[in-house]
Design a binder for this molecule. Structure first.
Ligand SMILES: [Zn+2]
Length: 302
């Protein structure tokens, strides 16, 4: 599983967050679909594959997380939502908290936005804790949903600072062949260039494969800069590991002959003087996913 619920706080934790949570409580997580014990795996520095959660004793009956693999297979070919209903669960908002909430309150996350709030589970009873629509704490689960459900991008999504309310409108691909000044903040994405990223004490810079071309050469690529002077080493490691892990996943996919690319997703501020450059000041606002990007023919439905 790529995410699980923290039993102490009630929040849904993305497996990659295990890179930064210290110490990890091996018994502290449960399946967000059925409440079965979810064991954190592969989060230690020596582990080469991404962290994940494993329901070692199986799921309880009717768990939609267990059924998600089949659903995604179907969703990559056709719409899976029906009028006002979606057969799985998905993050419908990004909530960035400054610190992790303290365990032992009522266990219910308090922050919620009004937009797209369709929550149906019961939080406090301890039963039926099925969050069909949940709060993501980093952009990663949102980006995965965007990739996994290409025909269902009218699902609601609320992201602080972005004036749009569906997946389709919140996400924006950078122009592949032009440098553009973007008038409004969006969750931008473009293929990563696998050139070694440049990092020093103040910043880390990642080059993308879109930008201005001349004679079939990319002469002015878009770039994404993490201004990380004030970040802890744990946060720096989180981002460096994210990129390095994606790079090895890409190499593996290429060996298999897959069409997958490395997609860098980010929420950043475009530089006012140099529009090729975006600044990111929070490690939760960048992720790299190796996947095939599907654009359905318009209109996606009917
Ligand atoms: Zn489950």
């Amino acid at each position: 599983m790529e995410s699980a619920r923290d039993k102490h706080t009630g929040e849904i934790v993305d497996a990659e967050q295990l890179w930064i949570i210290n110490p990890v409580d091996p018994l502290g997580y449960e399946c967000r679909g059925c409440g079965a014990q979810a064991t954190p795996c592969s989060y230690r520095p020596e582990n080469k594959v991404r962290p994940y959660f494993s329901a070692k004793n199986g799921h309880n009956s009717g768990c939609d997380v267990e059924g998600a693999v089949e659903l995604v297979k179907r969703a990559r070919k056709q719409p899976v939502s029906t009028f006002e209903s979606f057969p799985g669960s998905f993050p419908n908002r990004l909530v960035l908290r400054d610190t992790r909430p303290v365990a032992g309150s009522n266990g219910t996350p308090t922050a919620a936005t009004s937009a797209g709030e369709w929550r149906t589970g019961s939080d406090s009873s301890g039963e039926a804790r099925r969050d069909r629509h949940w709060a993501a704490q980093t952009i990663r689960p949102i980006c995965r949903t965007f990739l996994n459900f290409p025909y269902d991008r009218d699902l609601p999504l609320a992201v602080p600072g972005i004036a749009a309310d569906t997946y389709l409108r919140v996400f924006r691909s950078l122009k592949s062949d032009q440098i553009v000044q973007y008038p409004e903040p969006r969750l931008f994405y473009a293929p990563i260039s696998w050139k070694a990223s440049i990092a020093d004490d103040d910043q880390m810079e990642i080059e993308l494969s879109y930008g201005e071309w001349k004679e079939r050469k990319l002469i002015r690529p878009y770039r994404v800069r993490m201004d990380w002077k004030d970040w802890s080493s744990a946060k720096r490691n989180y981002v460096s590991r994210e990129i390095e892990t994606a790079r090895s996943e890409y190499i593996t996919a290429k060996k298999r002959g897959d069409k997958e690319k490395g997609w860098l997703f980010f929420i950043g501020k475009q530089d006012e003087i140099d529009p090729t450059l975006f600044h990111i000041d929070d490690h939760r606002l960048v992720c790299c996913v190796v996947a095939e990007m599907i654009y359905p023919p318009w209109p996606a439905k009917h």
